[in-house]
Design a protein around this ligand. Sequence first.
Ligand code: FAD
Ligand code: UDP
Length: 370
Amino acid sequence: MFDYLIVGAGFAGSVLAERLARVSNKKVLIIDKRPHIAGNAYDHYNEEGILVHKYGPHIFHTNSKDVFEYLGQFTEWRPYEHRVLASVDGQQVPMPINLDTINKLYGLSLTSFELDKWFESVAEKVDTIRTSEDVVVSKVGRELYEKFFKNYTRKQWGMDPSELDKSVTSRVPTRTNRDDRYFTDTYQAMPLHGFTKMFEKMLDHPNIKIMLNTDYHEILDVIPFKEMIFTGPVDEYFDFKYGKLPYRSLEFKHETVNKEVFQPVAVVNYPNEQLYTRVTEFKYLTGQQHPKTSLVYEFPRAEGDPYYPVPKPENAELYNKYKKLAEATPNVHFVGRLATYKYYNMDQVVAQALTLHKKLTELEKVKVPA
Ligand code: FAD
Ligand code: UDP
């Protein structure tokens, strides 16, 4: 009899498996329907021997010392600050929009102070910032919105930014200085030997059994367990009782080219002309030296593996119905990006899983012995 069946071996499931096994001395079975652990953070060496991320670029960044130190038990870190260029009007310019972006795009030589005024002069007044369009036009005006955000967002999400919650484009700041880092978090680093190696270490414990290529429906009635941690899509768990929660998908086109360097930074965004949103060159992320280089192109899709919950009001409402069901389901705990329908980064999922572990520990303490 397992104490826990954990469905999904991504960050949510693996952090809980590790904590429950090592700290709480529970017997854990962790399963995944994919043929590997690490969920969407899975990386592997391709046929040319280059370390690539199967499900698109994963860059670790966090402001949480606790999360950083927790994961640091399972990996050494390679310091890495992420930089992105956007291909706009035939030039590659820094993204997030900063002082150099504007000066380069318009052939100007503004100072930071002047750029502040410039943004003020082009910004549109929005009384209540509600949507992803409001966020951008209220800061940098309509022209930059159209060059950098409008088409990228329509392509990525299959809907106009005016239909999406403000949280989506709020992920990307606007700057008047020359800081060209994509993130400004306190801790920015990549696992030195990759994400999968880090997960292998997390799950390496005698209390943890791993079963891959297994959908949880296949084993529910066969393998006995006391409690379940579920990290798959919450609507699927409840057989889509209230209808399907929309998730946005991607198709990844991986490619290796016979030259050492392909592009000037790790990621180039293509808001306008291309069918893909961005191109990633993995060697920047991993620091690997190799005479060839591997890339991934991301093509947004409506159908396919569920990658992104879609933040908009009616979806939040639908999710809340599932959340109520989840809360009323005894001995099953829902955690992670798909099971709580939240557009979470890796560090947020780790934090959420650590919090659930604490809660389970507290519950255990107050349980009356049988
Ligand atoms: P997942 O990693 O999705 O794990 C869930 C697992 O459950 C999957 O492996 C799935 O196969 C399994 N599963 C589902 N249903 C079943 C079933 N019925 N039976 C058995 N197993 C099942 N975050 C960052 O911090 N930085 C980034 O740069 C970044 N880039 C990203 C890029 C892309 C393209 C995407 C899609 C996401 C990115 N993220 C990034 C977010 C990051 O991937 C997630 O925050 C994190 O992986 C979520 O972990 P999770 O365990 O909740 O979900
Ligand atoms: N975005 C955009 N243009 C860009 C970069 C981002 O319009 O060049 C918008 C788009 O809606 C995207 C969101 O901002 O989905 C968040 O961007 P982020 O890079 O955080 O997306 P992720 O890495 O999560 O796919």
